[in-house]
Design a protein around this ligand. Sequence first.
Ligand code: UD1
Length: 421
Amino acid sequence: MAKYIVEQSGPLHGEVEISGAKNAALPILAATVLTADVCEICDVPRLKDIDVMCRILRSLGAKVDEDWDEHIIRVDGSGISVSEVPYDLVKLMRASIFVMGPLLARLGKASIAQPGGCAIGDRPIDLHTKGLKTLGARVMMSEGLVNASVDRLKGALVYLDFPSVGATENIMMAASVADGVTTIENAAEEPEIVDLASFLNKMGAKIKGAGTDTIKIEGVPSLHGARHAVIPDRIETGTFMVAAAITRGNVLIKNCLPDHVRPVMAKLIECGAVVEDELEGLRVRGDAGKLVATDIKTLPYPGFPTDMQAPFMALLTTVSGTSTVIETVFENRFMHAAELSRMGANIRVDGRNAVVPGDKRPLTGAHVMSTDLRAGAALVLAGLVAKGTTEVSQIYHIERGYENFVEKLSGLGAKIKRVED
Ligand code: UD1
C-alpha cells in the first residue's frame, strides 16, 4: 500500500494549474450513455474514479478511447446493450449510480448494485429512485440490486426533499428524453449541474434553469453526439487556496473559476488571508499578517462546500483563536478531526459540530490515516505545517480525486513524496 511522507515545508510559492472537475466529468461521462453517437469529453482529469467510470461504460458495451496526452475521452455508445452494473464496480465508486437514469432512458431498464454507506455517512439513494419513479419508472430493490424499468419515461414535477447533487443529475439525464416537460424543484444548484446541463443541451436536450433551484426539462425524442470541455475543479482550487494559506505562502492558482469558489474565498479573507483575482488566476497569500479564527457551516451550493470542510479545518488548527465548524450536508463527516487531533489539534466533536482550538495546540507530525478523499487532502495540508514528519496512509482515497497531487504540491515547494509501503 502506498503512502505519502510529508515534511514541514515552509511557505508554498509559485503557480499551480487546476485540472478538470472530477464531479463534473463523472456525470458527463455517464450522460454519453444517452446517445448511440460518439461524444468527445475534453479536460478530463486522470483519476481513479474516472478510470472506474470508463470501465463501467465499457462493461455496458461502449467503446471508450482515453487519450491522456490530451486529456480527452471519446465514447462511442453505438454498442451499448448491457443494462447491469455489478457490485465489483459500484463498490469502487458510488457515482456508478449516475448511469441509472441514462440506462433507463436508453434501454428502458437498469440494474445497478446498491451502493453501501461510506466513511462520511449512510448516503442513501432514495431521492434518485423517487425521482425516477415520478418519471414513470418501476424501481425495485432486491438482493442488493436496484432494478428499474420503464416503457416510456414521462415528464413530471419532481420535488426533491433535499437538493441532492447526484439525484438532480440522474433525474435531469433521464428527463432529457422523456415525453413532455419535467420540472425539478428544490434542485441542487452546484456548478457541476450547470456543466452537465450544458453538455446535455449540446447533445440536443432542452434544459433551462440549471444553476437555480428550479430546472425545466422539455423532453426530446433522442440525443446526438457532442463535444464538451469540463469546468475546472472548484474543490481542487479550494484545496490549493487553503494550501497557500496554511503554509503562509503566496500561490497563483491558474485555470480556475473564481465565481465557483466564492464561499472559500470569503472564509479565507475572514481568516486574514489575501485573495486577489488576477488576470491569470487567483492569487492567495497567507503571508500578509496573522491569521485568525472563523466559523464555518457547510451547506448546499452556493453555501460553503462540504468537500472543503476537512481541508479548511486543517487551516483552522493553525490560526489564532477558536473556530467552530458545523457540517449540515453529511451526518458523519468528521473522521479527519480525530486524525488531526492525533497530530495535536485537540478538536472536540459533538454530533455535527466541531470546536477547533487553533494554534494554542501546534501540530506535530504523526502517522495518520486518510478516511475519505477530502479528509486525506486535509491531513496532507496539516502535514505541510506540522513539526517533523507526517505519514499519510490509505492515500488511494486522495488519488481518487486529486490529479498529480504530489507533483503539484512539490512544484510549489512542498516536501512530500509517495512511497510504497
Ligand atoms: C456529490 C459529490 C460529493 C459532494 C456532495 C455534496 C459527486 C460525484 N460527488 O455527492 O463530492 O460531497 O455532492 O456536495 O458529484 N441524500 C439522500 N438521498 C439521496 C441522495 C442524497 O438522503 O438519494 C443525502 C446524502 O446522504 C447527503 C446529502 O443528501 O447527506 C447530499 O448528498 P448528495 O448531494 O446527493 O451528494 P452526492 O451527489 O452523493
